[in-house]
Design a protein around this ligand. Structure first.
Ligand SMILES: *Cc1c(COP(=O)(O)O)cnc(C)c1O
Length: 440
């Protein structure tokens, strides 16, 4: 094969390359604006390989944001936008910073912050662009140039370059490490507070790893009385451990995950978390807690640089209203996480029937993902295909993202919206057909 191709290149007489225009006309089906098709055609012609034009155009199209089917079983997939959103926000003008009562300028995010307080019992709330921004804003407001005490077991790195020591350095706060990797006690904090003075005690929830074995960590309750304000970076954004929005109460896999409401009740002065992890909303960061501390953060110039837009606030508001209505069906994360196994089993049976052999129903395990609940596993059901068909599934329209292990491709149904089962069936059928053609 390789020899033949080389030979063909050698004997190809350099004829006139097709014009860029005529090449572009063959690419209209790719569905990109004309200038992008021209760029692909030019690149291919310039490289003396006009046949590549379609490939380049399709590559460009695949880099654009588009809906995908998440069949990985990771409910909050960091590379797939974490929490899927249920509702679109209003496309026209909104009262983002307009006080409808008095007809004058209002405070951005004020309504959403009230909802957060209603759900968690916090005195005050502030919404910023992501969890990292919430931590940065709090540290730089409350502790710039001053010591912040953190346990050595909690100097975490979250994916995407968020490292507590680096954020601390960026904020201007001085990191004071206490305890050891596996064990930190209240007295370790106590000594550091006494000897070094501290503007803040920071407790970071180890959201993407577990320290097991001979371990000890001081609780929020134990640290609340040390003197300096206590901030807990929860990361995941579980609003309330008692999950009043779920009729059956908290599911077993949620055990041990700290809720914002309980962390405040146990004495934290400030908590921070992401909007798109266990909260199940858009990318955002939330600071909750004592009005005086939250207010100082809100008045800092940096808050202006980190403020969210109307799209984010609209999506967050829709999510929070669903919590208050106790309607988890409107929050895709909770809908996925609490789907009963028999329902997944029935969907898998139906899909396997549609796709035909060699598709089969296999037991699977979902995880919440996105650096939340490191040990949390939820039983699930997948459709399996022998062989690795991930590439074929990714090239389907819309793309399907699956996993492969042990010589089998798996499409976990817990992370797939049932409305996408038809897409999944078509993509699996195409993958089976392509596989069969490849074997011939
Ligand atoms: C995820 C996480 C962050 C960062 O939040 P982003 O929304 O990703 O910026 C910070 N701290 C903890 C403990 C986290 O789990």
């Amino acid at each position: 094969m390789a020899t033949r191709r080389r030979y063909r290149r050698l004997v190809t007489v350099p004829t006139r390359p097709p014009s860029v225009d005529s090449l572009v006309r063959t690419l209209t089906g790719v569905g990109l604006p004309h200038p992008l098709l021209v760029a692909s055609a030019r690149r291919a012609v310039g490289e003396g390989n006009p046949d590549q034009a379609r490939h380049y155009a399709e590559e460009t199209a695949r880099r654009l944001l588009q809906p995908v089917v998440n069949a990985t079983g990771v409910l909050l997939h960091t590379n797939l936008g974490r929490a899927p959103l249920g509702s679109a926000t209003h496309p026209g003008p909104v009262n983002l910073e307009f006080d409808l009562d008095h007809g004058r300028r209002g405070r951005r995010g004020g309504g959403v912050e009230e909802l957060l307080c209603a759900l968690t019992g916090a005195e005050a709330a502030l919404v910023v662009n992501n969890g990292a921004a919430a931590v940065l804003l709090a540290l730089s407001t409350l502790a710039a140039g001053r010591p912040v005490v953190v346990s050595r077991g909690e100097l975490v790195e979250i994916g995407g370059g968020f490292r507590i020591p680096d954020v601390m350095a960026q904020s201007g706060a001085r990191l004071v490490e206490v305890g050891t990797t596996n064990r930190t006690h209240r007295r370790d904090y106590e000594e550091a507070v006494r000897d070094r003075g501290a503007a803040l005690v920071l407790k970071v929830h180890p959201s993407n790893y577990q320290v097991v074995g001979f371990t000890a960590a001081a609780t929020v309750g134990e640290l609340a009385s040390l003197g300096p304000p206590l901030m807990a970076d929860l990361g995941s954004g579980l609003l309330d451990e008692s999950t009043p929005w779920l009729r059956g109460g908290p599911p077993a896999w949620l055990a041990g995950e700290p809720g914002a409401r309980q962390t405040l009740e146990h004495g934290a002065d400030l908590v921070s978390f992401s909007g798109d992890k266990l909260l199940g909303g858009p990318q955002a960061g939330v600071l909750l807690g004592r009005a005086e501390l939250v207010g100082r953060c809100a008045r800092q110039p940096l808050a202006r640089a980190l403020r969210p837009g109307g799209l984010v606030l609209g999506a967050l508001q829709a999510t929070l209203l669903a919590y208050l209505d106790r309607d988890p069906a409107r929050i895709p994360l909770w809908r996925m996480a609490t789907t009963e196994l028999p329902e997944l089993q029935a969907r898998a049976d139906r899909l396997v029937g549609q796709v035909g052999p060699p598709a089969q129903v296999v037991a699977s395990t979902s995880t919440t993902g996105a650096g939340s609940l490191p040990g949390g596993r939820i039983a699930s059901v997948a459709v399996g295909l022998p062989g690795d068909h991930r590439r074929s599934l990714r090239r389907h329209h819309p793309p399907v993202i699956a996993t492969a292990a042990g010589g089998q491709t798996r499409c976990d149904l817990r992370s797939v919206d049932p409305a996408d089962d038809e897409v999944l069936a078509a993509a699996l059928k195409a993958a089976v057909a392509e596989g069969a053609a490849g074997c011939r």
